[in-house]
Design a protein around this ligand. Structure first.
Ligand SMILES: O=c1ccn([C@@H]2O[C@H](COP(=O)(O)O)[C@@H](O)[C@H]2O)c(=O)[nH]1
Length: 236
């Protein structure tokens, strides 16, 4: 069975900001209310990888949400380069060829970096999947990609918590389920479409929730982070 995860370590704060200065100010305001930070496109292309190394040195956990997807050789070599940063998670798109290459890069690097396969973005619903050329529903696509991730030996997947019970049945207890599209009750949904509250995510069997704008846009980010952690703790 996997190690138990504390409610605080289940929260991953998405640092979707324009500069590392801005991100570091937010991290200081959040203080010990969070321990795990996600760096995606915006910050990653603006000094975020160097910040990731500093955060790891300071004892934080880091999720590199770079959603790699390219020919196999490029993905494998990219994963090997990123593995040196000391991050806990790195995302790739959950296409079988991409996931196999990422797993090979992870194994060659041997740093403990875990690869997460992004199944279907939480900003997609069935109509968006159809528009992108898929005949299957989002739920069926997520299930198929989760099954492929499990067979390939990927460490976990990214999906909506709405699909978590189905995905857990496919992946079993040892793989991670990480879910963006999390909104505390009453929070603005923005461009997310498959949205779940922190408490519902815990009840659905999710390991980690990713929360960006509800925290980064709050007048008191520390208070929002603490409330999310408390809500998850009460639901576990
Ligand atoms: O399917 C996905 C994969 C990644 N994300 C990322 O998570 C955060 C969510 O931010 P919010 O502000 O809480 O909406 C963001 O960095 C996305 O790039 C996702 O939302 N869905």
């Amino acid at each position: 069975m996997p190690e138990p995860i504390s409610p605080r370590d289940r929260l991953i704060v998405a640092l979707d900001m324009a500069s590392t200065d801005e991100a570091e100010r937010l991290i200081a305001r959040i203080g010990d209310a969070a321990s795990f930070y996600k760096i995606g496109y915006r910050l990653g292309y603006a000094g975020g990888l160097a910040l990731a190394e500093r955060l790891v040195r300071d004892g934080h956990k880091v999720f590199l949400d770079l959603k790699l997807h390219d020919i196999g050789n490029t993905v494998e070599e990219g994963v090997q380069s990123l593995a040196g940063i000391g991050a806990t998670f790195l995302t790739v798109h959950a296409y079988p060829q991409t996931m196999r290459a990422a797993a090979a890069g992870r194994d060659k690097a041997g740093t403990g970096l875990k690869i997460l396969g992004v199944t279907v973005l939480t900003s997609y619903d069935d109509a968006d999947a159809r528009e992108a050329g898929y005949a299957s529903s989002v739920a069926d696509l997520v299930a198929a990609r989760a099954a492929a991730a499990g067979a390939i030996g990927i460490d976990g997947i990214v999906c909506s918590a709405a699909e978590a019970p189905q995905v857990r049945a496919i992946l079993g207890p040892d793989r991670l389920i990480v879910t963006p599209g999390i909104r505390p009750a009453g929070a603005e949904i923005g461009d997310q479409k498959r949205v779940v509250t922190p408490a519902e995510a815990m009840r659905a069997g999710v390991d980690h929730v990713v929360v960006g704008r509800p925290i980064t846009g709050a007048a008191d980010p520390r208070d929002v982070a603490r409330r999310i952690v408390d809500e998850m703790a009460a639901a576990l």
